[in-house]
Write a protein that binds this ligand. Structure first.
Ligand code: FE2
Length: 299
């Protein structure tokens, strides 16, 4: 039978939002033998599509990572093969999970250099949009940069920071989540060759791979730690602002100090809207036209 593998991911639990499906949080074996021909074809289609588009758009570190893992269009990779390369290079390993994890479980994995990857892949009618991360997003989007030693250290530091923020409270956690969103998921990097993508949410999306660099609509603003941590974002559309780092070293160094004083400063402060440009303080690469932007649905 050639139907796509169905995630064994849902448990129903009573929560403060009612009786809702949540994910099992344990680490599982990647059920590689259960992937259908359709699953492998979905990987191949997405892989080919992104690889045609990303040279000259994604940063070289990302493209090098894809090549070094030997990722290709020969079907869904085996996590064990990836881990043989990854663990030797930077001490990270992939672990297979059923889906999105609660914050504290996710942070604990990162703090121990384990990157959780959803084992299931989207269906053929979901190539362009998926509301939750699947194997393609997690593996193709996130894992190549884990071969870069500086970025690998940044990810671990983020996990440790997350555990601290979780203890501080929900507002600190929100500040930190924005940092992840605007760097790990939707970050751009300024290189001598020009503006490039490193965020996993962009490199795994056909539409945003062009929009983020080419569209006149969004802002592109130089990275500032506190600026990012105090800026809302969009989860339902392409981003209205992209923050641009100069190097992974800059990102790592900016995020090394203890965030406690920042959390204290931002506590109760009004957050910036996703599309806002701060004329006095922002280093503006591009002031977006904001064409077509809705302004009432920032997260
Ligand atoms: Fe992601």
């Amino acid at each position: 039978m050639d139907t796509a593998a169905t995630p064994r991911k849902i448990e129903h639990q009573q929560t403060d939002r009612g009786y809702v499906p949540v994910y099992a949080t344990g680490v599982v074996e990647q059920p590689w033998a259960d992937y259908s021909r359709t699953d492998h074809q979905v990987w191949d289609t997405l892989f080919k599509r992104q690889c045609e588009m990303l040279p000259g758009r994604a940063c070289q570190e990302f493209l090098d990572g894809v090549a070094k893992f030997g990722l290709g269009s020969g079907g869904i990779p085996r996590f064990a093969d990836i881990n043989r390369v990854l663990t030797r290079a930077t001490g990270w390993e992939l672990v297979a999970v059923e889906g999105l994890l609660p914050d504290e479980v996710f942070f604990d994995h990162l703090a121990h250099r384990r990157f959780p990857v959803s084992w299931w892949i989207r269906k053929p009618d979901q190539l362009d949009y998926l509301s939750e991360p699947d194997l393609f997003h997690d593996l193709f989007g996130h894992v190549p940069l884990l071969l870069n030693p500086v970025f690998a250290d940044y990810m671990q530091a983020y996990g440790r920071g997350g555990m601290k923020a979780h203890a501080v409270g929900p507002e600190a956690l929100m500040n930190l989540t924005r940092l992840y969103w605007y760097t790990v998921e939707f970050g751009l990097i300024h290189t001598p060759q020009g503006m490039r993508i490193y965020g996993a949410g962009i490199v795994s999306s056909k539409g945003e791979s062009t929009y983020s660099l080419d569209s006149d609509a969004p802002n592109r603003i130089g990275f500032g730690l506190e600026r990012v941590m105090n800026t809302r974002y969009r989860i339902d559309t392409y981003q209205q602002t992209y923050f641009v780092i100069d190097s992974f070293e800059q990102l790592f160094e900016a995020t090394t100090p203890d965030f406690t004083p920042i959390y204290a400063r931002l506590c109760g402060a009004t957050a910036h809207a996703a599309a806002e440009v701060l004329d006095d303080t922002d280093r503006v690469y591009h002031h977006g036209s904001h064409e077509g932007f809705a302004t009432d649905a920032d997260t």
